[in-house]
Design a protein around this ligand. Sequence first.
Ligand code: NAD
Ligand code: UFG
Length: 343
Amino acid sequence: MNKKKILITGGAGYIGSHTCVVLMQAGFEIVVLDNFCNSSEIALTRVKKIVGRDFKHYVLDVRDTDSLRNVFAVEKPFAVIHFAGLKSVNESIDQALNYYDNNIAGTLSLLKVMKESQVYKLIFSSSATVYQQSTIMPIAENSLLSACQPYGQSKLMIEEIIRDIVKVDANWQVAILRYFNPVGNHESGLIGEAPCGKPNNLLPLISQVASGELANLSIFGNDYPTLDGTGVRDYVHVMDLAKGHVAALQAIESWHEALPLTVNLGTGRGYSVLEMIHAFEAASAKVIPYKMVGRRAGDLAVCLADPSLAATLLDWQAKESIEKICADTWLWQSMNPQGYTEI
Ligand code: NAD
Ligand code: UFG
């Protein structure tokens, strides 16, 4: 039994809640910190139900440095997994200040308190959006970096901050994980992605069309240089992603070369929008009506991870199929048509 306590910021969110399950099932103790700005406390109740164990959580903004200090003093975490942040590319364009404040000031507050408390182990949630758009596919970690919207910029700036502090202080043991397209949910259907308002991402939109909540799906472009003309992405099951965090926690402890350890979490295999629709139709036995509309500004034709470094350094590989992803998503949608409500 591993009794190490992990502090999870943003632990009530989509990826955080799944990581809570996986960490507890791997024997870690957890404590969650979240201000619920994009999540529900019910997610944490559901995590407890899945795992059959209790844990403490703090309703706190990570930018509240004084309160954060108290949490560290009381909880004495062994390591931190930092999910807390705002994540919508579109919203970040209209709310740049809010995004920079939440994501960057939030991370600075956390890093300061970690240093003061001598807690130096950190796993940070980054994104494929930090790679320069013209880069060669699949994307390796040493590809050129640049971001063209505030959300991506905030992730890139945080990565730079982490690289700077790690360079001059050998105490830090940090992993930066660059996620590709997280999808799916726990197979119980008890936890999943519950976006506040209308979703932006493909899978939540497809599920809402399947359940009749939305009339149809708009496909953003069918003239890309791909198999069927629609955009291709690297969809990774969130349970696989969650396991990547446990693997990263184990890896940073024994890693003695240059830090931060920076790895892609993706599958290396791409699916087009039409392939996703067909897979979802098969999983749900529903027809997904769609219409072709113009390309969405800023979209790439293809975005694929080179996942080989994660296999080498973390001994991690995504395992779940697209069929499983669609089946799990449909179960979550069917059991929770209004997102998280009391049951
Ligand atoms: P999410 O919005 O579901 O979860 C984020 C959680 O952080 C929410 O529970 C929210 O309430 C909390 N939070 C936000 N700001 C906070 C603050 N200042 N203080 C305390 N809590 C705060 O998002 P997610 O999909 O679970 O993403 C988790 C992390 O992974 C984010 O940092 C996101 O940028 C990153 N990421 C997500 C994706 C994706 O497609 N889901 C892709 C790449 C990277
Ligand atoms: N798509 C549609 N119709 C929709 C929504 C999406 O056709 O209504 C298409 C997109 O054009 C794209 C694919 O479905 O080809 C996936 O789109 P998502 O919005 O689900 O995902 P993206 O890859 O565009 O964006 C994701 C995250 C961003 C992150 C980016 C790069 O949502 O936060 O990956 O990592 F910045």
